[in-house]
Ligand binder design. Structure first.
Ligand SMILES: [Cu+2]
Length: 135
């Protein structure tokens, strides 16, 4: 597995209550905003949902992760993302990444959360941006 190369990682563990602003139509950033895709992930009972996430190489992606039970962690194996996810009702964790290298990377819970902790993982797939279709 190739080491992850992050251009940058921002906004570690931003705790925010309430819902985000309404999402723009798919594929269209809000006017004047930089292009950034938002991917929402929920963590509950030793499962991330979705547990398989596909992004594009070079794409700026903001993960917004919330728990529906206890506190968890979100770590991309081999990378420098490792954030705490607050427990239910305490907001969400946000991290912004841009990955340049295509490949399949594992992400997993990084906080001991119970009996199923070691099985709490998912897959992050980074594919070529060339395959992107334009509406
Ligand atoms: Cu855990």
């Amino acid at each position: 597995m190739a080491p992850l190369r992050y251009v940058y990682v921002l906004c570690l563990a931003v705790i925010s209550m309430g819902q985000a602003a309404p999402a723009p139509p798919p594929g269209q950033p809000p006017p004047g905003a930089p292009t950034r895709r938002i991917v929402r992930i929920s963590a509950e009972r030793f499962v991330f949902f979705p547990s398989r996430i596909t992004i594009l190489a070079g794409e700026e992606v903001e993960f917004r992760i919330k728990s529906d039970d206890t506190s968890h962690g979100f770590r991309v194996v081999g990378g420098d993302v490792n954030i705490a996810i607050p427990k239910r009702g305490k907001g969400e964790a946000t991290v912004v990444v841009r990955l340049q290298d295509t490949g399949r990377y594992r992400f997993e819970c990084s906080r001991m959360c119970g009996a199923g902790h070691n099985f709490m993982r998912g897959e992050l797939i980074v594919r070529e941006a060339d395959g992107r279709s334009t509406p």
